[in-house]
Write a protein that binds this ligand. Structure first.
Ligand code: AHR
Length: 750
C-alpha cells in the first residue's frame, strides 16, 4: 500500500526505490589529507616562526565548476497545472501522524570546525600539543609506517607555529620544564641582557582574532628561570593588537612583581575591549618592559583567550547561535570519522576530554590536524543544555579507520566487553547520580546534576567494517540491559553488500546520503513504505548526514575521491532544491523518519577538508556564512504544524512540483511546503474543506541554480517574504509557483 501513513493519494512516478542509499562506496581516507604537507618523521621540537598561511577569502577560492548544473524535469509537466485537495483535521477521520521530524545538527571536528571553530578558544597552538604524535604506526596495524606532518597550523608534532617574538628576544619550544604530564611542551622566551623596549610573545590566532567591543578572558601559565629573576617586575602586559598596523586595541596589566621560578603560576586577566577592529588580522600579545626583565628567561604553557561565548558555554557565540537558530532540537557529536580515530589507540577517548585542561593531552584527529580536546564531552553537553538541544551521543563502537584507506581495525569479538564497559562508564558519567563513581567525577568537574541523555549512536558508518554484525548486538544488548530507556542508533543497515544489520524495534538507523540532485528527487518516496518493505516495523530512521554533494553526471556515479572541483564547493540553489525535495519526502513520513541533519555542519574557510558545508566561517564573525541549505532547513524547521496532513492530488503529479502539508494543534493554521524544481512556473490550486482566511508565504530562490552565499554576498540564496501572494478565495487558493523555488505557505483556517 502506497503512502498509507501520510494520506497522500497520489505520488507521481511512484517507483519505490529500495536500492542501497549510497551508490558505490567511498573511502574516508581519500578525504583526510587535503591540506597536509608530508614531511620526514620528526619528534624534534622545531623553532619556526613562520606565520600561518593567510589567504584572501573575500572572493571564493573555487568557482562553480565546469559541470552545468541541472535538476529534475526541466519543463513543467504535461498537464501544466497541479491541483491538490488538502484535507484538514476536522474532516479527516484518521490523522496520519501526530509527529514531526526533528531538524538536527551533526557535529564533528572536521575542517577546523572544533579547534579554530565552535570551540571558543581564540589562540592557535595554545599548549604546543602533539608531542611525539604519529599516525598509523601502531603495532599490528597494517600499513603501519609513521606519518607525521610539519603542517604550518597545528601539527602532529609540536611546533611553534602561530607564535612570534616581540622585540629582540629568542623563542623556542622545550620540554625541560613541563607544565604537566599531559602538556610537557612549553614555549621558552629568552630575553638578552642588552634587550630594550617592549619584549614578549604574540599569537596570531586561528587565521586571525576577531576584535570587537566585548570582554575577553585571557590566561597563561608562566615560570621564570631562577638566577636572574630579580623581582623587579611592574607587571605583565596582555593586549590585543592589529597585525597590520601594530595598533593596540586593548591592554591589561597583570600586577605582579615576580614570576615564580619554583612552579608555574596561572595568570588570568580580562580585556575589556571597546574597539572594533576593521578586520580579524589581529594578534594577542604577552609583553614585558625589557628594562625590568633583560637577562631573564620565561616559560609559557597553556595560554588561552576566550571572547564572548554562547550563553557562557565554551562555544563561540555566533557559531553556537547558528546551530540553535536553525531550529535544531538535537545535536549529534562527536563524529563522524573523528570519533573513530586513525587507529584504535587514536580514537576519541571520552575520558581524556574531561577535567582540567592542564590534564588534557589531546589527540591526533581524523582530519589532518591535532585536536586539543578542549572541546570535550562536558563542553558539548553544556552547550546542549544551554541551547535546549538533546544530545545524540556517538560512542566508540570498536572500529577505527585507517589513514591508508584499508579495512580499518576492529576490536575482536572476545574483547568487546572492554568497549561495552567504556560506554557504560561514559553513560554513567553523563547520567549517574553523585553516588556513582563516574557521576561523582562529573560533580567534581562542576556539574552535580545529571545531564539529559536519551539517544546513543553506536559508532559511525560501521558498514565500512565487516565486524558490525558482532559488535552491534553486543553493544546494543549490553547497553539496553543497564539502560533500557535509552534509544540506540545503528550506523548500518544494508549498506554493506555482505550483511544486513538487524535493528531491534525501537532502534534507529543512521542513514547517510552524500548525493546528486537527481538522487534526492528520485528518492522522494524512499521512506513511504520503508518499514514494511524492509521488514523493519518499529525501526525509525535518522538521516544523519546528507547533502547534495555533486552535480548529476552522465554516469550517475558519485565521485567521492576529489574534494575540490567535481563536487559542489558551496551549497547553492540546486543543493537546496534537491535537498528540500528529499526532506519533503521525509516530512511526509514522520513515523519513519525521526531526525534529519546536514553534514558537515561547519568549515573554517582556511582549512576545508570537505565541501560543501552547511555553515562556513573565519575568525571574523562578520564572515560567518549560512548556506542555501542552511536557510532551507531553517525555513522547514521553523514552519510546520503538529501533524502531517493528508493531501489528495486531483490532477498533476509530483515532479517538478513537490509538496507536503501539516496542520497545527488547534486546526487554526495549515502549512503547505511546495518546491518547484522546474525552470518555469507551475499553476497550483489548493482546495480545502475549511475556509482559508489568509495566506502568507516565504520563498527561497536565486538568479541561477548555481547561485550560492559567500562572505561578500551572504544572502544570495536566502528566504524572503512572498510579496505578491494571492489571497485565498473561500476554500480555494490559486498560485503560480515560480521556477526553481522553495516555498512555505501558511494559511489561516476559518
Ligand atoms: O561529514 C564528513 C564525513 O562523512 C563524516 O566524518 C563521515 O561520517 C562521513 O563519511
Amino acid at each position: 500500500m502506497l503512502n498509507k501513513l501520510q494520506g497522500v493519494a497520489l505520488v507521481a512516478g511512484s517507483t519505490f526505490v529500495s536500492a542501497s542509499p549510497l551508490a558505490g562506496s567511498y573511502s574516508w581516507a581519500q578525504w583526510s589529507s587535503s591540506p597536509l604537507g608530508s614531511g620526514p618523521v620528526s619528534s624534534v621540537l622545531q623553532a619556526s616562526t613562520s606565520a600561518p598561511v593567510t589567504t584572501s577569502l573575500s572572493t571564493p577560492p573555487f568557482t562553480s565548476t565546469a559541470v552545468v548544473p541541472s535538476i529534475g524535469t526541466s519543463q513543467a509537466d504535461e498537464t501544466g497545472a497541479t491541483s491538490l485537495l488538502a484535507a484538514v483535521a476536522s474532516s479527516v477521520p484518521e490523522i496520519p501522524s501526530t509527529q514531526f521530524i526533528n531538524y538536527t545538527q551533526m557535529f564533528e571536528d572536521i575542517s577546523h570546525s572544533g579547534d579554530g571553530g565552535i570551540y571558543g578558544e581564540l589562540l592557535v597552538n595554545r599548549a604546543f600539543q602533539g608531542s611525539g604524535a604519529t599516525i598509523g604506526s601502531l603495532p599490528g596495524v597494517p600499513g603501519g609506517s609513521v606519518v607525521s606532518s610539519e603542517n604550518p597550523i597545528v601539527p602532529f608534532g609540536p611546533v611553534i607555529t602561530g607564535w612570534k617574538p616581540i622585540g629582540d628576544v629568542f623563542i623556542h619550544l622545550t620540554q625541560l620544564h613541563p607544565l604537566s604530564d599531559a602538556l610537557p611542551i612549553v614555549l621558552q622566551l629568552d630575553i638578552p641582557f642588552n634587550a630594550t623596549g617592549e619584549v614578549g610573545i604574540l599569537n596570531e590566532g586561528w587565521w586571525g582574532i576577531d576584535v570587537r567591543p566585548q570582554t575577553y578572558d585571557a590566561s597563561f601559565y608562566c615560570l621564570s628561570n631562577g638566577p636572574r629573576n630579580n623581582g623587579s617586575l611592574s607587571g605583565i602586559n596582555v593586549s590585543l593588537r592589529s597585525n597590520l598596523t601594530g595598533e593596540t586595541w586593548v591592554t591589561s596589566k597583570i600586577p605582579t612583581t615576580n614570576v615564580s621560578s619554583f612552579q608555574y603560576e596561572h595568570f588570568e586577566t580580562q580585556l575589556v575591549n571597546q574597539a572594533m577592529a576593521q578586520d580579524s588580522n589581529n594578534t594577542f600579545a604577552i609583553t614585558f618592559d625589557a628594562s625590568e626583565v633583560a637577562g631573564n628567561t620565561y616559560y609559557f604553557g597553556l595560554t588561552s583567550l576566550f571572547g564572548e561565548t554562547y550563553k557562557d558555554t565554551r562555544i563561540r557565540k555566533d557559531l553556537g547561535e547558528t546551530i540553535v537558530d536553525l531550529g535544531s532540537r538535537f545535536f549529534r557529536f562527536p563524529g563522524g570519522n573523528n570519533l573513530e580515530g586513525y587507529s584504535i589507540e587514536q580514537r576519541w577517548k571520552w575520558n581524556e576530554t574531561i577535567g582540567p585542561l592542564i590534564n588534557r593531552k589531546g589527540r591526533v584527529g581524523d582530519w589532518g590536524y591535532y585536536n586539543t580536546n578542549g572541546l570535550g564531552l562536558m563542553e558539548f553537553l553544556d552547550f546542549c543544555e544551554a541551547g535546549s538541544l538533546q544530545p545524540i551521543l556517538g560512542v566508540y563502537a570498536g572500529f577505527s579507520l585507517d589513514i591508508f584507506g584499508q579495512e580499518g581495525t576492529s576490536f575482536p569479538e572476545d574483547q568487546m566487553n572492554l568497549i561495552l564497559e567504556d560506554i557504560l562508564n561514559e553513560i554513567e558519567f553523563i547520567t549517574g547520580d553523585t553516588s556513582t563513581t563516574w557521576g561523582a567525577k562529573r560533580a567534581e568537574y562542576g556539574h552535580p546534576e545529571p545531564y539529559e541523555l536519551n539517544f546513543i549512536e553506536l559508532g559511525n558508518e560501521d558498514w565500512f567494517s565487516s565486524t558490525y554484525p558482532y559488535r552491534f548486538p553486543i553493544l546494543y544488548q549490553g547497553i539496553k540491559h543497564v539502560y533500557p530507556n535509552l534509544t540506540l542508533i545503528s550506523t548500518a543497515f544494508d549498506e554493506n553488500d555482505d550483511y544486513n544489520i538487524s535493528i531491534p524495534a525501537g532502534g534507529l538507523w543512521d542513514k547517510h546520503d552524500y548525493q546528486t540532485p537527481s538522487f534526492f528527487l528520485e528518492n522522494f518516496d524512499f521512506y513511504d513504505n520503508w518499514q514494511e518493505t524492509t521488514d523493519n516495523e518499529g525501526v525509525k530512521i535518522f538521516i544523519g548526514e546528507s547533502s547534495v554533494f555533486q552535480y548529476d553526471t552522465p554516469s550517475g556515479v558519485v565521485n567521492y575521491s576529489n574534494p575540490i572541483g567535481i563536487h559542489i564547493p558551496y551549497p547553492n540553489l540546486i543543493s537546496a532544491l534537491g535537498e528540500s525535495v528529499y526532506l519533503l519526502g521525509a516530512e511526509r513520513n514522520p513515523t519513519v523518519v525521526d531526525f534529519i541533519a546536514y553534514a558537515p555542519s561547519f568549515a573554517n574557510l582556511n582549512w576545508e577538508n570537505w565541501t560543501p558545508n552547511l555553515v562556513s566561517f573565519t575568525a571574523n564573525w562578520n564572515e560567518t556564512v549560512k548556506s542555501s541549505s542552511y536557510y532551507m532547513e531553517q525555513l522547514f524547521a521553523h514552519f510546520h504544524g503538529a501533524e502531517t496532513l493528508p493531501v489528495r492530488t486531483v490532477s498533476g503529479n509530483f515532479n517538478p512540483l513537490w509538496w507536503a502539508a501539516s496542520v497545527d494543534d488547534g486546526d487554526t493554521a495549515m502549512y503547505f511546503k511546495v518546491v518547484n524544481t522546474g525552470n518555469s512556473s507551475i499553476p497550483l490550486t489548493i482546495n480545502t474543506d475549511r475556509a482559508l482566511t489568509a495566506a502568507n508565504g516565504t520563498m527561497i530562490t536565486a538568479p541561477s541554480l548555481s547561485s550560492f552565499n559567500y562572505i561578500n554576498n551572504q544572502t544570495v540564496v536566502a528566504p524572503s517574504p512572498i510579496t505578491n501572494l494571492p489571497s485565498p478565495s473561500g476554500q480555494a487558493f490559486n498560485w503560480d509557483v515560480p521556477a526553481w523555488s522553495i516555498n512555505v505557505l501558511q494559511f489561516s483556517l476559518g
